[in-house]
Write a protein that binds this ligand. Sequence first.
Ligand code: SF4
Length: 323
Amino acid sequence: MSTALLEVRDLHVWFDLDRGGRVHALRGLDVTLDAGEGLGLVGESGCGKTTAIMAMMGLLPPSATVAGEVRIRGDNVLARGEASVRPYRWTDIAMVFQGAMNAFSPVATIGEQIAEPMRVHGIAAGRAATRRARELLELVGIHPDRADRYPHQFSGGMRQRAAIAMALACEPKLLLADEPTTALDVIVQAQVLDLLDRLRRELGLAVVLVTHDLPVVSRVCRRAAVMYAGRVVESGPVGTLHDRPGHPYTRALFAAVPDLHTAGVGASIPGAPPRLDEDWSGCSFAPRCGEADARCRTHAPRPVVLAADRTSECHLAGIGGRS
Ligand code: SF4
């Protein structure tokens, strides 16, 4: 029996369209994560990162069809669809939504809003919930007396840390963070990432960090999964992916990161990802890949295991000394 905290197996998500057809947003996602581990989900907009974590939380709209397995310590939380995720949501899996710092109600104090999930889930109520809300604020580096303040009295960085405190209210084992540093300046961004890394180490919290920003991943995560067109095309230790990217898309992603030391501008990736309302034969990256050959256009590559913690979904993986 697996001891992994999170196991996602062959996860598919599609949205049926009124005009017929479907948008197949997630096309067989496989991800594993242990307690206290950080995993970055990276890729361009539309690659399926946010869809993947919304599916894990059971928070996709009714128009979505979800198939596959999401297991928390062996329990398939999708066994009976969205309803079966509910008992796990917030208490086992919690999420910091994109733009969470702007989602606080302006008419309730930060402390009241952090305490709310505890009351809803029967974890704590009354003074105990208030006391716990203050402790959580302290945990994320905010003076507990600020629990009585309103959101407009917090800076953007403080609101984002308060959003993380709220996600931790029911002591989840897994935190899904969707672009948690977008719209923050670089100094506050570093503070929020350091906070996530500290919580991961001190609480044994597993963190899935969704971002399109590769340098952000390395601050919290040892491993990353590179997504393209609804699938993981390469995964492995962040350092290895950076130093020896095996998949042409991973190489292109890293090449697109501007170099602050040389003031070099990153190279953009030519072309665009495939339309997800269409099916294609061959490799999804072939139209943009400088190394594509005839086989790439007709046969979809399967994941190649390059090492115990390293896979690449490319026909060239492992060939000619490619890692
Ligand atoms: Fe490029 Fe072919 Fe590898 Fe796809 S399978 S990434 S097209 S070389």
